[in-house]
Design a protein around this ligand. Structure first.
Ligand code: ADP
Length: 520
C-alpha cells in the first residue's frame, strides 16, 4: 500500500474514532482498522493508571502466540517508559536486542514472535495518557512514513479521548442534576419561548397532578390544564407569586429565566413549593388574634370607665390617685396593643386594602401635624424634603399609619433637641439594592432619619418582628407594644413595597420604604 492509500485509511479511521464518545468503541475501531494504516501483527494501547504510578498494556490485536499480559508496569519500564519520558515516538528494529526494552514487555513480545516495534505517545493537552504500541513479526517494517502516520493517528485518538472525557463529564453532571431534580419535593417546570415543556421533575405529579414523562415535549397550554400556571409563564417576568391550585392547595411559584453560558435565552424555569400548611397556620393565627383582641376590647373599656368613676366617687388621697393613674396608663397601653393586633390581623388578611391613587405628600404633612405636639414638647427639629405632590396608589389611611409609626418612633427614640428628617424621592429601582424584587422600574422612596439613640447592630435583623423591642437602659422608660414596625412592614408589603432600617447605635437611625411608582 502506498502512502496516499494509507493516508486515506487513516482519514476513515479518524472519522470512525470521532463518531462515538465511548472508549471501547474507539479501541475496537483501532483493533479493526489501524493495521491498514500502520502494518502490525500486534497492537496495544498502553494507558497510565489513574494513580499515576504505572501503566497497563491493553492488547487490541494479538499474535498467534498470544499477547503481552495486562499487568502494571512502572512509568520508566520498557519502550513505553522511554516514550513517556521523552514524549517522542521510538522505533525498535530488533525487540530482542533493543537495550531500551524490558524483559517483561519487549522480552515477552520477542518470545511471542514479534521482531520490530513502533511506539508513539498519547497525550491530552499537557497530560501524558500513555502510548500506542505497534509491533510486527517482520524486520524493517517501521520507518519515517510510519512515524508520521503514527503521530497523526495518536493526535486523532487523543482528540477523540478528549471528546469522550467531556461527554463523560457532561453525563455525570446531567445525572447529578437529574438526581437532584427528582429528589426535590418542589415541582420544577422548564418551558421554552415557544411554550414547549423542556423539563418536568417527578414532583409535578403530586403538586400539579401531571405525569412528568408524558408532558415533557408537549405544549404547556395543552398539557397543563391550569390557567394560573399559564398566566405565570405568559407574564414572563422573574419573581415570586402565590398560586391557588384547583385542588385547594397553595403554592409559591418562582419564575427565573434560563440562559445558556453565551447569554442566549432558552426559556423559563418555574419552581413550585407547597405552602398550603403554612397558609393554613397563618390563617388560624390571624383568626385567633382577631378573636382574642375583640374579646379583650370590652374589659379594657370597663377598666377605663371604672378608673373615671373612681375619681368622681369622692376625694382620693395621693397614693390612691397614683394607683388610679397607673390603672389608666395600663388600660391605655392594653388598648393600644389590642388596636395594633387588630390592625395587624386586618392587614395580614388583606382586608380594607382597596387601592386608589392619592397624594403621598399630603399624608406626610398630616402625619407631621398629628405629631406636632410631641415634637414641640421635645423641642425637636423636623426637616421635610419632598416634592409638592407625589402620586402613589394604595390605601391612603394605611400608608399614613405606616408613616405615623416611623415618624412617631423617630420622635420617641430621639432625645430632646434632636433632629428628624423626612425625605420623599422618585428614583429608578436600580439605585436601591434593597429593591431587587421591585415590580416596577421607578419607585417612590420615603426615608425617615433621626439622630437619636440608634439601634444595636445585633437587633437590626429583628426590628420588624412582632413584639420585638430593643431592651436596654435607654429604651427602658419608653413605652411601646413592639408591633409598630411589624404593622408598617405588613402595610408596605401589601403595597408591593419593602421597608428596611439602617442605624448606628448612639448616632441615629434611618428607616426607609419604597412603593412602586405610578408616575410617567
Ligand atoms: P415600639 O412600640 O416598641 O416602638 P416598634 O415595632 O415600632 O415598636 O419598634 C420596635 C423597636 O425598634 C423599638 O422598641 C425600638 O427599640 C426600635 N426602634 C424603632 N424605631 C427606632 C428609632 N427611630 N430609633 C431607635 N430605635 C428604634
Amino acid at each position: 500500500m502506498n502512502f496516499n492509500e494509507r493516508l486515506a485509511y487513516l482519514g476513515e479511521l479518524l472519522i470512525t474514532l470521532s463518531g462515538s464518545p465511548v472508549p471501547s468503541h474507539q479501541f475496537q475501531a483501532l483493533a479493526d482498522y489501524a493495521h491498514n494504516v500502520i502494518p502490525c501483527d500486534y497492537l496495544a494501547i498502553c494507558l497510565i493508571e489513574p494513580d499515576q504510578n504505572g501503566y497497563r498494556i491493553h492488547s487490541l490485536r494479538g499474535t498467534a502466540g498470544g499477547a503481552i499480559r495486562s499487568q502494571p508496569f512502572t512509568l520508566e519500564e520498557g519502550l513505553v517508559g522511554h516514550v513517556l519520558q521523552r514524549n517522542r515516538s521510538v522505533i525498535a528494529t530488533n525487540l530482542a536486542t533493543d537495550n531500551r526494552g524490558s524483559a517483561d514487555v519487549e522480552g515477552v513480545a520477542s518470545r511471542l514472535g514479534l521482531y520490530s516495534a513502533l511506539v508513539t505517545p498519547l497525550r491530552q493537552g499537557d497530560t501524558a495518557l500513555g502510548a500506542i504500541y505497534f509491533a510486527s513479526c517482520q524486520s524493517d517494517v517501521y520507518g519515517h512514513e510510519e512515524l508520521q502516520l503514527a503521530d497523526l493517528l495518536s493526535s486523532g485518538l487523543s482528540a477523540s479521548l478528549e471528546t469522550t472525557r467531556l461527554y463523560q463529564a457532561l453525563l455525570d453532571e446531567r445525572s447529578t442534576l437529574a438526581a437532584v431534580l427528582s429528589s426535590s419535593r418542589d415541582a420544577v417546570l422548564v418551558v421554552n419561548p415557544q411554550g414547549t415543556i423542556l423539563l418536568a421533575n417527578p414532583a409535578v405529579s403530586d403538586m400539579l397532578g401531571l405525569d412528568a414523562a408524558a408532558i415533557t415535549g408537549q405544549s404547556l397550554y395543552e398539557a397543563v390544564d391550569n390557567p394560573a400556571v399559564h398566566h405565570l409563564f405568559n407574564r414572563a417576568e422573574p419573581g415570586i407569586v402565590e398560586l391557588q391550585l384547583v385542588n385547594g392547595r397553595t403554592t409559591q411559584a418562582s419564575l427565573t429565566p434560563v440562559t445558556t453560558a453565551f447569554g442566549e435565552r432558552v426559556g423559563w424555569a418555574a419552581t413550585f413549593r407547597d405552602i398550603t400548611v403554612l397558609k393554613q397556620l397563618e390563617q388560624m393565627k390571624n383568626e385567633f388574634v382577631s378573636i382574642v383582641s375583640h374579646d379583650l376590647k370590652n374589659p379594657i373599656s370597663a377598666i377605663t370607665l371604672a378608673a373615671d368613676l373612681l375619681a368622681k366617687a369622692g376625694e382620693l388621697n395621693q397614693e390612691q390617685e397614683e394607683i388610679r393613674q397607673r390603672l389608666i396608663e395600663t388600660a391605655e397601653y392594653m388598648s393600644e396593643l389590642v388596636g395594633d393586633l387588630l390592625d395587624l390581623g386586618k392587614i395580614e388578611a388583606g382586608l380594607e386594602m382597596e387601592q386608589v391613587p392619592f397624594d403621598l405628600s399630603r399624608q406626610v404633612v398630616e402625619v407631621m401635624e398629628q405629631l406636632r405636639p410631641q415634637i414641640e414638647a421635645k423641642k425637636q427639629q423636623l426637616r421635610l424634603n419632598m416634592p409638592e405632590e407625589v402620586t402613589a396608589v394604595g390605601n391612603p389611611d394605611r400608608i399614613k399609619q405606616a408613616l405615623l409609626n416611623l415618624v412617631g418612633n423617630a420622635v420617641k427614640y430621639t432625645p430632646p433637641q434632636g433632629q428628624i428628617e423626612i425625605t420623599v424621592t422618585e428614583d429608578p429601582a436600580s439605585q436601591h439594592p434593597q429593591a431587587a424584587a421591585a415590580t416596577s422600574d421607578r419607585l417612590i422612596v420615603v426615608r425617615v432619619s433621626d439622630n437619636g439613640i440608634g439601634i444595636p447592630a445585633d437587633s437590626l435583623p429583628f426590628l420588624f418582628d412582632k413584639f420585638y423591642r430593643v431592651r436596654n437602659a435607654q429604651t427602658e422608660s419608653i413605652q411601646g407594644t413592639g408591633l409598630g414596625l411589624a404593622i408598617t412592614r405588613s402595610i408596605v408589603e401589601a403595597h408591593d413595597g419593602r421597608v428596611w432600617a439602617e442605624s448606628v447605635e448612639g448616632q441615629g437611625s434611618s428607616f426607609a420604604f419604597y412603593l412602586p411608582s405610578v408616575g410617567p
